[in-house]
Design a protein around this ligand. Structure first.
Ligand SMILES: *Cc1c(COP(=O)(O)O)cnc(C)c1O
Length: 420
């Protein structure tokens, strides 16, 4: 071990491999500029968060203005204009059944809040339901509760003894959807199921695994028929990622609890919300302090982050965001098809602005297969930021990516598919 050049301990990074850590000085649109003078195309929206592009002028202006007015405020029993604007904006744009907005700071915490709301609901009703039902290969975050409801594997092996027990249903692979529905029905019949938590239509970190809206709808109906709460983790899928504002929209369903984070601020600042229907809120409503919802973090609804989210909502209301998403979705699908004509890869899939394929690997194909870091290095040399999941290469760019930039990304992928 040599003396570190920087004391920073990076997330999801094995420092023992001494892979380069590029330093980025500034960004705009889909481009990152490094201290070395390179211009890199951010083809994964800086880990799925940047929707309209980096340093969007309208969001940056809102942040700058808010920073001059109110920086931070205790949110227990106090409120401020940006939070009210975000809550009003969300209730106007999201399904009307979701009447309540609870703020937190990250996708993981929005999931923790969702789980606590669901368990609190059953507790308040005096019904002993504690089991959370989850889907195989899911990812819901890296805190203990979020890991408990996510896939178990190399990511969380050291913590396994602390993770709570859940009910599991298989991923609805094409042709095997009924197995998923049967497993869900059986778990719901068990009587102790409090809630199902799912990533609607596409499992992100699990490998961009796509399933159909009919299955999502059928799962929602099974839950409803047994009174099991339905939690949609739309942390990745919301804000147009899958082609619609929410992925749930494509299945014509509304969850009881909805988790939002990544694109909530357009990807500019950390913020999350958990939205809930009136019965969930009502279960916690009381004149008894012992029945309040016991959850908060220091920076809940930080005003500057809320100003960014309010600007994002205004952009959705006033600018042709949906047209841009439709356009990018078409360009992504066209590239996937074009590439398929020239080279071989497995399992091409596209959903809205997300496109993915599996590179044929000679290794085992798991997350720790060294194919992923080799691919990542290959793309980095070509000034394209992609971060494959095992042998799955996916493109999830900011919606403002230009034709030329997208061509560069897909040409690099084409080269990789041939070379590896
Ligand atoms: C990223 C992600 C999370 C966790 O969000 P963080 O902000 O990283 O904590 C939760 N659920 C899904 C579906 C995600 O993609």
């Amino acid at each position: 071990m040599s003396a570190p050049a920087s004391p920073i301990w990076h997330p999801f990074t094995q420092h023992g491999l001494e892979e380069p850590v590029p330093l980025v000085t500034h960004a705009e649109g889909a481009l990152l500029h490094t201290a070395e003078g390179r211009t890199v195309i951010d083809a994964i929206s800086s880990w799925w968060v940047t929707t309209h592009g980096h340093c969007h002028p309208r969001i940056m202006a809102a942040v700058a203005a808010q920073a001059q007015r109110l920086d931070q405020l205790i949110f227990a029993g106090w409120t401020h204009e940006p939070a009210e604007a975000v809550a009003a904006g969300l209730t106007a744009i999201m399904p009307p059944e979701l009447t309540r907005v609870f703020f937190s700071d990250s996708g993981s915490t929005s999931v923790e809040v969702a789980l606590k709301m669901a368990l609190g609901y059953w507790h308040a009703r005096g019904e002993p339901r504690h089991r959370i039902v989850v889907m195989e290969h899911s990812y819901h975050g890296d805190t203990i509760g979020a890991m408990s409801v996510g896939a178990r594997g190399v990511f969380n092996r050291p913590y396994e003894p602390l993770l709570f027990d859940v009910g599991r249903i298989p991923f609805p692979a094409a042709g095997a959807e009924q197995d998923t529905l049967d497993a869900l029905e059986a778990l719901c019949r068990g009587g102790d199921a409090a809630a199902l938590i799912v990533e609607p239509l596409v499992l992100g970190a699990g490998g961009m695994l796509v399933y159909g809206p009919e299955t999502l709808r059928a799962m929602r109906e099974i839950c409803a028929s047994h009174g099991v709460l339905f939690i949609a983790d739309e942390v990745m899928t919301a804000w147009g990622r899958t082609g619609t504002l929410l992925a749930c929209e494509q299945a014509g369903i509304v969850p009881d609890i909805l988790c939002l984070s990544k694109g909530l601020t357009g990807g500019a600042l950390p913020l999350a919300v958990t939205m809930a229907t009136e019965p969930i809120f009502a279960a916690h409503w009381s004149t008894d302090r012992a029945r309040m919802f016991f959850h908060s973090s220091s920076y809940t609804a930080n005003p500057v982050a809320c100003a960014a989210a309010a600007a994002n909502l205004a952009i959705w209301r006033e600018e042709p965001v949906r047209t841009g998403i439709e356009d990018l979705s078409r360009r992504q699908a066209a590239w996937l098809e074009k590439l398929g004509r020239f080279c071989h890869f497995d399992n091409p899939r596209a959903l809205g602005t997300i496109a993915a394929l599996d590179v044929r690997s000679r290794g085992e194909g798991g997350y720790l297969d060294d194919l992923a870091p080799r691919l990542m290095a290959f793309f980095r040399e070509r000034d394209v930021l992609l971060r494959p999941l095992g042998n799955t290469v996916y493109v999830m760019p900011p919606y403002c990516i230009t034709d030329d930039q997208l061509d560069d990304v897909w040409n690099a992928i084409g080269e990789a598919v041939i070379s590896f």
